[in-house]
Design a protein around this ligand. Structure first.
Ligand SMILES: [Mg+2]
Length: 324
């Protein structure tokens, strides 16, 4: 790490210096392209630069007592990388912005280790960042990626098939248990604490004909609504088809947020078997794009129309996880 990257912080004594040194030590070879005031990255010729930022705040997005420091770092990086997955992009690197309260200093190696694990499992690197002291642990992670023809939310047209990756319901099932002071099942807790970003899967889906996608951060139906709005289309979902983790109902799966699975739209039929053989993850057809105009999502369960609320809304008064 160069002096330039972190300016005066690097030169002066004090906690910030220690924080940065410790994180860089922890990340080792995962730190790349650092040595100037800003990172310099090559984008393959003819490809687009894809950029996204995701912020995780203690007490808003996670409760300290529910996760290990590693898990907090891991899921924050996954949340950011998942947005590249939804675009079908290949990661170029991450910028890690941290606000660290004094009470978190002893746990910082764990947080950095979790970020590093997510970075490594997505075959990418850390290319910069910034650190400051503050009242609440905040992780602001910016991801950079590239692709020739990104998956957009706007591209769904009537007749398209709708698919979802993985099995749904885990995060909501786990959160519900945690809020009651109970221990969630191992499977549900893993889906909440260490979700996977489907970066390779997103690229595969793009290469095999998918035309639009969104990652499930607010909940399947809520995110389908975002896609429907962007494409000015109506999307019909058959909740009986939803792939479920054990212990989750179809309604849970329809509303569970922070899944980081991909909701994908394709004109062509996608090969679920080939997808599974490549990624050991389910790809399931769950609905279709029904009509243009009047953008909406219509969900059916046991053949009957069901009304599903919006899912996770950061600005709703009863947001989940509860404020800390
Ligand atoms: Mg997203």
């Amino acid at each position: 790490m160069s002096k330039h990257q972190y300016g005066e912080i690097m030169m002066g004594p004090g906690k910030e210096f220690d924080i940065i040194r410790r994180m860089i030590h922890r990340w080792g070879g995962l730190v790349r392209n650092i040595g100037d005031d800003a990172a310099i990255l090559d984008v393959p010729r003819g490809e687009r630069l894809i950029v996204s930022t995701d912020i995780s705040v203690e007490g808003v997005h996670f409760k300290r007592e529910w996760f290990t420091p590693q898990e907090i770092g891991f899921r924050s990086a996954v949340a950011a990388l998942s947005d590249l997955a939804a675009m079908g992009a290949t990661p170029l690197g991450l910028l890690v912005g941290l606000t660290v309260p004094d009470r978190w200093l002893t746990e910082l190696d764990g947080v950095a280790g979790g970020i590093g694990a997510a970075v490594m499992s997505n075959d990418t690197v850390i290319v910069g960042g910034d650190t400051t002291r503050g009242e609440v642990l905040t992780l602001a992670i910016t991801v950079l990626g590239h692709t020739r023809a990104p998956l957009r939310r706007t591209a769904a047209v009537p007749g398209d098939r709708v698919y979802v990756t993985g099995k749904l319901g885990g995060p909501l099932t786990a959160l519900r248990a945690l809020e009651k002071g109970e221990t969630p099942s191992k499977e549900a807790r893993e889906r909440l604490a260490t979700p996977m970003s489907r970066v390779g899967e997103g690229r595969w889906l793009l290469e095999h004909g998918a035309r639009a996608a969104i990652d499930i951060s607010d909940g399947l139906v809520a995110d389908a609504c975002h896609l429907a709005a962007a494409s000015d289309a109506r999307i019909d979902l058959d909740l009986d088809q939803l792939p479920l983790i054990s212990g989750a109902s179809a309604l849970d799966a329809a509303q569970s947020g922070e899944e980081y699975e991909l909701l994908v739209v394709s004109t062509r039929k996608l090969d679920e078997k080939a997808f599974y053989e490549r990624w050991y993850t389910e790809l399931t057809e769950i609905g279709m794009v029904a009509a243009v105009g009047n953008p909406s999502v219509v969900a059916y369960l046991h053949g009957e129309r069901v009304d599903i609320g919006g899912g996770f809304d950061h600005f709703a008064p009863n947001r989940l996880p509860a404020e800390g």
